[in-house]
Design a protein around this ligand. Structure first.
Ligand SMILES: Cc1cc2nc3c(=O)[nH]c(=O)nc-3n(C[C@H](O)[C@H](O)[C@H](O)COP(=O)(O)O)c2cc1C
Length: 336
């Protein structure tokens, strides 16, 4: 049973912690394997009577299943009911994962997605919410190793775009543009620009050149999606940026990227910000409007594993500094 569920979750790129509810038919309420798995995971399974399951429209009803259980669907219908979406066929993320165990017994797993639960503005967050946010903050990494040949589902991409749109910006100017690079030849051309700059960076580093060249500093070719973060042409916004106009616009784009970085991590996707390129060359390649400035090639996609620590730290390039190095109270000289 455990293996059947593990395989179903793996197909979705989900993990055990993503499971919010588990359900089946009343006929299975004493199924030892199911109850043992639920007990081990701390899940409280729900069991629906066949009459209730039979009311749910499913993509794969079966006459055989109806004959044995009294409902044409158990797993698909139970998943939709448990997700609270019995009339939303599209909520099924995995229709039927059929599994035959070493003991010769069969199990079918279906997975339905919960409705998006975006807290309303002004919502009060719980201690658990805070812990989850901190878990995402701590687990976010700049990623250079991606799973080649992988993809991002359209609904996931939509949530990432939503995260971008929620970013703060000076005077609400929203000075960002994102170019989604889909043509393989263009991606390849961008990778070549990065490689040229990587070599120039090595030269500029002098005695650490060889050490630098051993580091992986980008995943432009392998990542599922490549988005170029662009500072949009100047729009004349004055509010909040009279004295530091360029800097405040740049900071605003960085805020949008950070939203995307965290939202990607919450989707269990890696994101790597690549800034090694000559901006005029990238702008020309992407035919950006005059005055637009590319700031980052954002490599996004599934990964096999996240680094435990910043990769540059793991590779002994540089170490993170302690908090007291950054926290200055009152006048800087008092900290010395
Ligand atoms: C503005 C910006 C540009 C970056 N450019 C690159 C880059 O070109 N190549 C690279 O390998 N990492 C790049 N990084 C990632 C940093 O190296 C990384 O954030 C830092 O080492 C800390 O690691 P962490 O993000 O995993 O915590 C960039 C990060 C930022 C914020």
């Amino acid at each position: 049973m455990r293996e059947a569920v593990a395989q179903a979750l793996a197909q979705l790129g989900a993990d055990w912690a993503d499971v919010a509810a588990v359900a089946s038919i009343t006929l299975k309420s004493d199924e030892v394997g199911l109850l043992a798995l639920c007990a081990a995971q701390g899940w409280a399974p729900q069991f629906y009577p066949p009459e209730q399951l039979a009311q749910v429209a499913v993509p794969n009803p079966s006459e055989t299943v109806r004959r044995y259980t009294g409902t044409p669907s158990v797993s698909e219908a139970a998943a939709l009911l448990a997700a609270g979406r019995p009339s939303e066929l599209l909520a099924l993320r995995l229709e039927k994962h059929r599994f035959k165990g070493a003991d010769g017994r069969n199990a079918t797993v279906s997975v339905a997605e919960l409705p998006a639960q975006v807290p309303s503005p002004g919502a009060h967050f719980s201690a658990e919410d805070r812990l989850r946010l901190h878990a995402v903050l701590a687990a976010r990494r700049d990623v250079r190793h991606f799973r080649p040949g992988s993809h991002i589902a359209p609904e996931v991409r939509a949530r990432l775009l939503q995260a971008l749109m929620l970013a703060p910006s000076v005077g609400l100017m929203q000075p960002w543009q994102f170019v989604r690079v889909t043509a393989p030849a263009r991606r390849e051309a961008l990778a070549a620009l990065v490689e040229a700059e990587r070599q120039r960076t090595a030269e500029a580093l002098g005695e650490r050149a060889a050490e630098f060249l051993r580091l992986k500093v980008e995943g432009v070719r392998e990542c599922a999606e490549l988005w170029v973060a662009v500072l949009a042409p100047e729009d004349g916004t004055v509010f909040g940026r009279r004295t530091l106009p360029r800097e405040m616009a740049l900071c605003s784009v960085a805020c949008a990227v950070q939203n995307l970085w965290l939202a990607s991590r919450a989707e269990n996707l890696g994101l790597g910000w690549v800034s090694m390129f000559e901006p005029t060359e990238v702008a020309a390649l992407l035919r950006l409007a005059p005055g637009a400035l590319p700031l980052g090639l954002l490599c996004i996609g599934p990964v096999d594993a996240f680094y435990d620590r910043p990769m540059l730290e793991q590779e002994q390039w540089r170490q993170r500094r302690p908090l007291h190095d950054f926290l200055i109270e009152d006048e800087p000289h008092e900290c010395a």
